[in-house]
Design a protein around this ligand. Sequence first.
Ligand code: ADP
Ligand code: ASP
Ligand code: MG
Length: 478
Amino acid sequence: MKFGGTSVGSAERMRVAARLAADERKKRPVAVVVSAMSKITDLLLDTMRHAEAGDLAGLETNLATLRVRHEDACRALLPETRHATVIANIQHLVEEFERIVRGMAMLGERPPRSVDEAVAIGERLSAVLLAEHLNAEGTPAAAVNAREVVVTDAVFGNASPLMEPTREKARASLLPLLGQGSMPIVTGFNGATADGRPTTLGRGGSDFSASILAAALDAAELWIWTDVDGIMSADPRLVPDAEVLQEITYAEAAELAYAGAKVLHPRTLAPLAERKIPVWSKNSFAPEKPGTKIVPAVAPGIGMRAVASMKNVALVALEPASPELNGVQVMARALDAVARANVEVLLVSSSSYRQNFCFLVRQEELERTVAALESVLALELAHHYLHPIQVDQNVGLLTAVGEGMQGKAGLAGRIFTAISRVQVNVIAIAQGSSELTIAVVVRRDGLENAVRAVHAECGLGLRPPVPVFTFPMPRRKE
Ligand code: ADP
Ligand code: ASP
Ligand code: MG
């Protein structure tokens, strides 16, 4: 079971999380992965930015917030006899964080490796609290730092797991705990390289931690507890009538996650699909609801299932200025450089006549992208064989997802009609690279409207109730 930030966001929420895990524990062994309490990861990252900028007052304020939030939760959650020990433990972890950020303040710099070490403190704090509470309630539990379990490469801030060593470590450390009837409460989000350097798996990475461990332990099921009723036909914050999908395939869920549906970290399903471990997305605020089951296949012919969107993106365009330049070669070199800079390309679109092409990246990767392009195409740019690199940040990405969408005649037409009806400009399109998505780049300020329009036009969401007309009946004379 994995509990997200809101599902462990307060003493009260931790109590619910513990009960959900302990109830299941009565039937079969349970391992738990926890996120940091809601907003704590943001707070930790913000503290590091204050440190780098030399803003010691901001740093102190954040440290106090961090301490108070966890100490308050501890007092509200645990019996008084445990307060002194656990608060000392919390203070110890906060001091560990403080040591790293003071180092950053001194250097005026945030080395990625230190960021990863420091940001994992959020998960370590919540793991301690949840494990302590379970123990106090009579369910033996032990907090485990995933740094000792999940082995990754050295891409700090966005590391990938090395599954074989992780499997060995996870089985060696977690199976004995489970065997003794103890519930491991493992920190989500973090890991370490084989030589022990701390890493993290990217924002929202606790889902990924849970799937890595589920695969490593050959789990029967993975339950991801969050704050909505499951995976929905759209982000309910954007589309109020979005509906919960009862079932969705691994491929659909993965495409949705990559297309920006925050409910799952994009890489969550990779370790599970090949082992066919079923995944449930469930609401810890309404555990009685069925949630969404992620499965290998659903009934054919369902067509479009959901629409996702991403707003912090940028479109980068390259166009040859001279016919002597081979556009395909430019594209190959550009994409190669971008890949080597560790940038993820979200969509590519090209024109064969003008030989120009554009691609979409995340805004936080834009600087790296442009630097990589400027370096690899320096000569062409200097000699004006290429037009200057164009960057458009006023864009957003809308993606429609569903297995068997390609088989639905007219679906693409309906999507574009819906977008144009709300007067939103379409800037680029990609269809066909994945059989289950149609991706459209639109003007940023029209993105939300476009999502709602496509969702409604394609018949997704809760249907409004059929109106019941009542006619005045002639009164029967007594
Ligand atoms: P957690 O902290 O539990 O990991 P997240 O905030 O990361 O939770 O993800 C849950 C949120 O994802 C929901 O509150 C919802 O706003 C958002 N979301 C975006 N797209 C979808 C979708 N298609 N289905 C469900 N939730 C979605
Ligand atoms: N706490 C981390 C984050 O906020 C990981 C997670 O919650 O999944 O990104
Ligand atoms: Mg999340």
